[in-house]
Design a protein around this ligand. Structure first.
Ligand code: MRU
Length: 348
């Protein structure tokens, strides 16, 4: 991703492996500061995932794979490492995919560091292809709504939902993005707006509860979000608030697309009821910028994700093409993935 620094524009990834360290852009510090977090061992990687130094389904999948590879180089107990990494966040399927990939590489006597690096490079390429496929859906002049951050920060590079917007913009299409602020962690305001600014893509930040207003007035042509886990039925989990955007989009006749790489698909989980939903600390809701926003003693609930039934999805934008929910069961890669998990979803 393009990042404007004092020394000029740089092209960097959200995370990578270097000299025995897993290195991350520290997403907690954005947009104020561009800082980096160096994970010296798997416990640091687990902390980085849990505390959201790194977040976004494909990016935490990459962190899981690189954390496993680093632990193998450090001759750790791999069963313990896999357990600690798996216990960090329950919803995103990519995390379980990335960890299993390195477990399988070790079983096959392959070099885990090489396997993890190839996985991450391949992920970047897959996101690039998501961008190329998705850009075909974006007409010149399109106004797009997105939720949370499904950009380069969430995927190593390019993004999923943001990838088609990057490709359309770079191809000279005139596009405009409505960015939901995404309470309580404000990934839209802090991260998506930051990425779009770096790329020079015209956008406006809106309060989460303003999306329906613009959808109902015909000011949004399409919605594109990412996903944390997509089940066999096409029901999918994504950042809390996605479900209501999908319902309103359908009510207003606006197409709703979900962009995700194959690593986010979990054909071993039948439908949305089987997706574990992470509940995070209530203080994320009760405090903004370190300041309490409710009377002392107020309790809060804080689900990190919600499930959108497949009936609200016009299509999934993947690196392998664009598919309607009804097509998922017939796809070869969905069938192969289901056989590999023995029909059981991971992370439950
Ligand atoms: O809690 P987060 O920030 O990890 O949640 C991220 C999202 O919900 C994203 O929309 C999703 O992972 C897709 S990222 C390409």
């Amino acid at each position: 991703m393009k990042v404007i620094t004092k020394e000029g524009t740089k092209d960097i990834w959200a995370l990578w492996y270097e000299a025995g360290l897993v290195k991350f852009i520290d997403q907690r510090a954005l947009p104020e500061k561009l800082e980096f977090f160096n994970a010296k061992d798997y416990r640091d990687v687990a902390f980085a995932i849990k505390d959201m130094v790194v977040r976004g389904a494909p990016a935490i999948g990459a962190a899981g794979a690189l954390g496993m590879a680093q632990a193998y180089e450090q001759r750790r107990d791999m069963a313990e490492v896999a357990q600690v990494l798996r216990a960090t966040r329950p919803t995103a399927h990519d995390l379980f995919f990335g960890i299993a990939l390195i477990e399988n590489a070790i079983k096959a006597s392959e070099d885990p560091v090489k396997a993890a690096k190839v996985f991450v490079e391949d992920l970047v390429d897959r996101c690039r292809r998501i961008g190329e496929n998705g850009a075909k859906l974006i007409k010149d002049g399109a106004r797009i709504l997105t939720h949370c951050n499904a950009g380069a920060l969430a995927t190593v590079d390019y993004g999923t939902a943001l990838a088609p917007m990057r490709v359309a913009h770079r191809a000279g299409k005139n596009i405009f993005v409505f960015v939901d602020e995404t309470r309580p962690r404000l990934q839209g305001a802090k991260l998506t707006a930051w990425e779009l600014k770096q790329e020079g893509i015209p956008h406006a930040l809106i309060a989460d509860n303003a999306a329906g207003h613009y959808l109902s007035r015909g000011e949004v042509d399409l919605v594109i979000t990412g996903a944390d886990r997509i089940t066999a039925s096409g029901d999918f989990a994504n950042k809390i608030g996605t479900f209501e955007k999908a319902v309103v989009a359908k009510a207003c006749g606006v197409p709703f697309y979900v962009a995700a790489p194959i690593s986010t698909f979990d054909p071993g989980t039948k439908d949305g009821k089987g997706i574990p939903i992470e509940e995070r600390d209530q203080d994320e809701v009760l405090f903004v910028g370190g300041k309490a926003i409710a009377p002392e003693g107020t309790k809060a609930r804080n689900p990190a994700f919600d499930v959108t039934p497949h009936g609200y999805v016009k299509a999934f934008i993947t690196e392998a093409g664009i598919f309607k929910p009804s097509q998922l069961g017939k796809l070869d890669w969905m069938r192969k993935k289901r056989r590999r998990t023995g029909g059981r979803g991971r992370g439950r």
